[in-house]
Design a protein around this ligand. Structure first.
Ligand SMILES: [Zn+2]
Length: 103
């Protein structure tokens, strides 16, 4: 796993977006710089109980995480963190994941 999750930041107004977009939602700029976010606060949890075509699927928890630098991102949760928890963000084979920050 690599630390942080890649986001994109508009080169003209610095608005952060995730996932990547063609145009900045704020100023319609077309140029972005890559940036990384390393932690966020869990806003909402969902559980994916079934996946079409995958009979051996184990329920997975995913979280909507509000990052300090702007965008909310959806990550797979690796522990029992609930709403309000601060989680550290990682990329696992390009998939964003989060787990409770060790204090
Ligand atoms: Zn912009």
């Amino acid at each position: 796993m690599s630390p942080g999750v890649g986001i994109w930041r508009c080169r003209s107004c610095r608005t952060a977006v995730f996932p990547q977009r063609l145009l900045c939602p704020h100023c319609h700029g077309q140029e972005f710089d890559e940036d990384r976010v390393h932690e966020g606060v869990v806003e909402e949890i969902s559980i994916i109980r079934h996946m079409i075509g995958q009979p051996d699927w184990k329920p997975r928890r995913i979280a909507n995480v509000r990052t300090a630098s702007g965008p909310s991102i959806t990550v797979g949760l690796r522990d029992e963190s609930g709403p309000g928890a601060v989680v550290e963000l990682f990329e696992d084979e390009k998939a964003p994941v989060g787990k409770a920050k060790v204090r």
